[in-house]
Design a binder for this molecule. Sequence first.
Ligand code: NAD
Ligand code: ZN
Length: 363
Amino acid sequence: MKTDVLNVKRTGDFYYPIHFEDGFDKLADAIMEQGLENRHFCIVTDTNVGPLYAEKVKSVLSGISSRISVFTFEAGEKNKNLNTVQSLYRFLIENKADRKSIVVALGGGVVGDLSGFGAATYLRGIEFIQVPTTLLSQVDSSVGGKTGVDFDQYKNMVGAFHQPRLVYMNMNTLKSLPGVQFACGMGEVLKTGLICDRDFYDFVCKNEKKIQELDTELLAQMIRRCCEIKAGVVERDPKEQGERALLNLGHTVGHAVEKLMDFQLLHGQCVAVGLIAAAKISLNRGLLTEEEFQQISNGCKIYGLPQHVEGLTAEAVLAATKKDKKMEQGQIKFILMDGIGHSFIDKTVSDLEMLEGIREILS
Ligand code: NAD
Ligand code: ZN
């Protein structure tokens, strides 16, 4: 595979690179290019990813450093909490991590969010490197600098903005990822196209076969475009004062469904039905044609994402959307589409419109 790097703005004139690779071997070079060799590296991973890749990453890093430690925590969202962060702090202290130490987040979004938050707060902030291994973390959570953990039943309630020094993606890690997790990542990929790039949306739908076969060239192309779009949005609006809200397309209803289903459905699956609800509201307003609506529904279908959910009432979903963090003075900032690849923030979506959109996804 051709080596590919995307440079993303961190702060001021400072950029960090995202590497798209088909193995871990070039990670050492990528780190050296940043002048970060000979540091203490603390690989943070979970109990699914660690056994698959931690040894390999450790051996690659051992070429550029003699101090490498590995912290592994039990996989799963339920462990993305302050208890695990505390264990990480303890581990860092016991391993004499100092201000020059670097956290290497090896895993999906749970590992990335938790490690990033640990790195943001340990000794008031140390550097971290993202090595995302799920499609969702490659196209979404590893870019943008949001880190954090859940608190009680509240998702991502405690966190910090902390940009990585480097992101390194090995496309081949997707080969061990369960199919349903891959599909979830595709929910965010489709969302990205719908927000602002019709050609990209068409590309993703047209190349379904190769993407599903995990063709590394195509995956790299697809993931790169998602990172480019997300990084662009984040660069223009790092703290979500405006445009960044577009990234929440499909997420208002998606989050509500996710919560009501008590997290039995995965995030990307909920985003898919959320996209369809948002598309329906847009269709009802005459912003999308029936054909475009079908294209959106079809995108979810070909990637094995649900178009309907069972056992919920529209009223309950509507009520749950009102508890969303993304409310502004009691009003929902809803993202609508006026064409595939065009989206905008709208604060005027009525309850009635919401109910009609939600009914579309209830079977
Ligand atoms: P995850 O990290 O839980 O990974 C999903 C599952 O796949 C886990 O069981 C994990 O152990 C396993 N896994 C990971 N990589 C694997 C591989 N290569 N092979 C086999 N198994 C593998 O979940 P996720 O979907 O990657 O991320 C979800 C998290 O990301 C959520 O906590 C969400 O809040 C967060 N998120 C953050 C942002 C952000 O901007 N920071 C954006 C979106 C989502
Ligand atoms: Zn999402």
